[in-house]
Design a protein around this ligand. Structure first.
Ligand code: PA5
Length: 446
């Protein structure tokens, strides 16, 4: 279960101010619950856990089983932004760190990602990798028109059709997209692909608990039912109007208070490399939801202790506009004790008999105290361990807190008008039909 701890902020803000912001958070929660704020047509994510259907869960499992029966060993998942980061985050967090290197027959297929960039080298290397594999593909795009995944999918579709023939290709490609609109939807209907729907009222960055995230996570061999069970627990926890019981209220209140006190950058910190992509997913969620109308906390992320040796200096002594939100995983899934060494040439016998994770915990505590001393408030979000259930919980927690926090800030947390600017320029520069005027205008600027 997700817990929030604000003790590391007590030197920076008064109790009275925190209580004031908690009351503001309760009012913002009311706007989310009553669906009375801007962007209220994008609140479909709120009840995804409690309204999850057996059709969706068993539909994902059916794709997994049918591809297993074909011996599929590589699944290419194509998508970008909200159609990529949630699945990438969960798969990284749940997989063995060396999964590719120690793979055995019978293991779940390797899930690799494409369509999240336009690098020619990346796509060529992906094609090198899939060349001799038993390949299937999931293409994910809510709009069905995003350029990056569309380009990757054209290449992957042609490869799969060439390798297996058109009929078999239709069994090896699944699309996750809008129920009626977009090029991907019409293409899927035409080609007879199995499809999963992204509902109109769920924005990309709030879609990890829909088939957008669930299907790739299931294909990678993880338990999506447990993930939804964890999210359901968080859904209940985060609808409470009690500031003691609802961690989303506490987190939203404290980060907004600190922002108003001049802490303009929030760094999401974890002490396990498996959570690197939690930072990436969270950055999209908060950056895209809050960074607008010339406002918003800038979201950054680091993995400690690794980045203490690169970013640690700045965090300790650079510009004092930072706050840190540390995601603590209370229990390690594995155990390794540091043994005593008769010669003790490395001088490490003071650690003999201790778990490596104990050293990690002491590094975390030491960092917390150092950063607080250095002027960086510490917010803490904790989960019990890295597993499907806890991840489902933390996904839902951050989504709910983001909705509350965005309304506290005074923005619409569910739109992303700024994302269009680069696309318009790119289409003009690529001479996309319909952009003739913009093409002429943009070339004058070059
Ligand atoms: O959160 C969002 O809406 C975006 O990040 C989208 O997920 C991203 O741009 C991909 O869009 P689509 O799923 O329509 O291809």
């Amino acid at each position: 279960m997700v817990k929030f701890n604000a003790a590391g902020c007590s030197q920076f803000v008064s109790d009275t101010r925190y209580k004031e912001y908690l009351s503001k958070a309760v009012r913002a929660l009311d706007v989310v619950e009553k669906e009375s704020g801007e962007g209220n047509d994008f609140l479909g994510w709120k009840h995804i856990p409690s309204q999850m259907t057996e059709d969706i869960l068993s539909g994902c499992e059916a794709v997994r089983d049918s591809w297993k029966a074909k011996g599929v060993d590589i699944v290419v998942v194509i998508g970008i932004g909200g159609s990529y980061l949630g699945a990438k985050c969960a798969i990284e967090a749940l997989s063995h760190s060396f999964a590719s290197e120690i793979r055995k027959d019978g293991d779940a297929p390797r899930v690799v990602f494409a369509g999240h960039n336009l690098s020619e080298e990346y796509i060529c290397e992906l094609m090198d990798f899939v060349q001799n594999g038993n390949v299937a593909c999931v293409v994910i795009s809510k709009s069905g028109t995003t350029t990056e995944p569309a380009v990757a999918f054209r290449i992957m579709k042609q490869f799969i059709e060439k390798k297996y023939g058109k009929k078999e290709a239709a069994e090896r490609i699944v699309a996750v997209t809008d129920k009626a609109r977009g090029a991907l939807k019409s293409l899927s209907t035409q080609e007879g692909y199995r499809t999963f729907v992204i509902e109109d009222n769920v924005g990309g960055r709030y879609s990890v608990l829909t088939p957008v995230g669930l299907l790739p996570i299931c294909l990678a061999g993880f338990d999506i039912r447990a993930m939804i069970a964890g999210a359901l627990e968080a859904e209940k926890q985060c609808e409470s109007t009690s500031v003691e019981e609802n961690p989303a209220l506490q987190y939203a209140a404290m980060r907004n208070l600190l922002y108003d006190e001049g802490k303009k950058t929030e760094i999401l910190v974890s002490f396990t490399p498996k959570l690197q992509y939690l930072g990436e997913w969270w950055k999209q969620l908060y950056g895209e939801s809050e960074g607008k109308d010339l406002k918003g906390i800038f979201p950054a992320s680091v993995v400690f202790t690794t980045d203490l040796h690169s970013m640690g200096q700045y965090i300790q002594q650079g510009e004092r506009t930072l706050m840190e939100t540390v995601v603590t995983v209370k229990n390690s899934n594995r155990s390794m004790i540091i043994e005593s060494d008769a010669q003790n040439l490395d001088g490490l016998n003071f650690l003999a008999g201790k778990h490596v994770e104990h050293c990690n915990a002491m590094a975390q505590l030491g960092t917390k105290l150092a950063h607080i001393d250095g002027g960086v408030p510490q917010l803490e979000v904790s989960i019990e361990r890295l597993c499907e259930k806890e991840l489902g919980g933390i996904f839902y927690f951050f989504e709910k807190a983001c909705g509350i926090s965005g309304y506290m800030l005074g923005v619409n947390p569910f739109n992303q008008p700024g994302v269009e600017a680069y696309k318009k320029n790119m289409f003009a520069l690529l001479d996309k039909p319909g952009y003739e005027e913009q093409s002429k205008e943009i070339r004058k600027r070059l």
